[in-house]
Ligand binder design. Structure first.
Ligand code: HEM
Length: 384
């Protein structure tokens, strides 16, 4: 029997702001079973950092999991050699070199093109009108699904994310996710005859990946590559507007946009957790876990771990964020990390503050989510 102490949560509060509950767990029950999520949560940074690498104990292969059921079995739901083979096939599209030599200038041209129509307007919802289309345009290029509109790209990504975190089993959420995956498959079929150079579709197809895996991995890239940059772009802008002295440090060259993004991702992890399936009975820190138990490695909680970060609830771009594990800490470390850093820190953040002068909030900014977290809207204005 799973002997982890039980912690109850209020799901509505957890969705609105998971951090107070996670702080309590880190102190009183760092490995704890949460009945409302039917999962054992690991909340301390070091436990996650160590245990995530134990693939003999914590498997990513979760045949009954929502992601596999709804999107097919992608590389993030495989272990060992099967995982590595697919990860290697994708690497040429997302390697730091490809990002630097190929994608960076494309990302910049797309963002500038978008700003040409947005900047004269003087106001917008920064999530919907800037972070979303900039992320979507980048992702259409990276995946090779150029026939998809920005709005559809964002919509299918959100539908899959909602589907994968639909732990309460809402049938409407499932149906929307299924419509999204069908639309993606239609676009894959259309693009497969002549996929763009360096795109994920092209490199995985050239590597001989079978159709099911190719489709599942394109869906993974979309579910992981749209919402997170979108939420991080808007969220980091919001954090910097709320901390003008830190924004000034960047503008004066005393800190970097990457410092701001790294700190934001530590503080408000766009991906709050990654699930695993327990493979064999074992005991960690006196707590016995049983085969088939569901475990969540809580990356968002790791970023607030008091043992690693002073005043962890404070946004501070001058802190050392190296201990943060916002992109993961094991063999499934985010395959798109270089692309994400480039898009967010090299392109989207500097261009936003350059082309939207005196950027300011015009209404409160609501945040939502614990598995995936970000601002849901962000009304802003600027000088024209
Ligand atoms: C702010 C942006 C992003 C964040 C915070 C983020 C975070 C993560 C996290 C936490 C994981 C799971 C790691 C684990 O379980 O150890 C992951 C996996 C992954 N991410 Fe990202 N991600 C971001 C952007 C992207 C982008 C832009 C792409 C692709 C274009 C991408 C593609 C992937 C893929 C393919 C995996 C699975 C890797 C594997 O299983 O080996 N991500 N990401």
């Amino acid at each position: 029997m799973n002997t982890a102490p039980i912690t109850h949560i209020d799901l509505t509060s957890f969705l609105r702001d998971p951090y107070p509950a996670l702080a309590q767990m880190r102190v009183h029950a760092p490995i704890t079973f949460v009945p409302e999520l039917n999962a054992t949560l690991f909340t301390r940074r070091n436990d996650i950092h160590v245990q995530e690498k134990r693939v003999d104990l914590f498997s990513s292969d979760q045949p009954e999991g929502l992601m596999t059921q709804l999107m097919g079995q992608n590389m993030m739901r495989k272990d060992g050699a099967d995982h590595m083979a697919e990860r290697r096939s994708l690497f040429p599209a997302l390697s730091p070199r490809t990002v630097h030599d190929h994608w960076k200038s494309i990302f910049e041209a797309m963002a500038l093109d978008h700003l040409r129509t947005l900047a004269p307007k003087g106001k917008c919802d920064l999530v919907r009108d800037y972070a979303m289309p900039v992320s979507a345009a980048a992702l259409r290029a990276i995946t090779g699904l150029e026939s998809m509109s920005n709005v559809d790209m964002d919509g299918v990504s959100q539908a899959m994310i909602d589907g994968c975190s639909n732990f309460v089993g809402d049938p409407k959420v499932t149906a929307r996710c299924e419509r999204a995956t069908r639309l993606i498959d239609d676009h894959i079929k259309f693009a497969r005859t002549d996929p763009p150079e360096h795109s994920a579709l092209k490199v995985m197809q050239d590597a001989g990946m079978n159709d099911d895996s190719l489709s599942a991995n394109i869906k993974l890239i979309i579910s992981g590559g749209q919402n997170e940059p979108r939420d991080a772009i808007a969220g980091t802008v919001w954090a910097l507007i709320n901390h003008p002295s830190q924004l000034a440090m960047i503008l004066e060259g005393k800190a970097t946009w990457l410092d701001a993004f790294n700190e934001y991702a530590r503080w408000m992890a766009p991906i709050g957790m990654s699930p695993r399936r327990v493979v064999q009975q074992h005991t960690i820190e006196g707590i016995t876990l049983m085969p088939e138990d569901r475990v969540f490695f809580m990356f968002g909680s790791a970023g607030r771990d008091e043992a690693h970060f002073d005043a962890p609830d404070t946004f501070n771009i001058t802190r050392n964020t190296q201990a943060a594990i916002s992109f993961g800490a094991g063999p499934h470390f985010c395959a798109g990390a270089a692309a994400a850093r480039c898009l967010i820190a090299d392109i989207a953040l500097p261009l936003a503050f350059k082309h939207m002068k005196n950027l300011r909030l015009t209404a409160p900014v609501p945040f939502s989510g614990w598995a995936f977290r970000g601002p849901t809207k962000m009304p802003v204005a600027w000088d024209t």
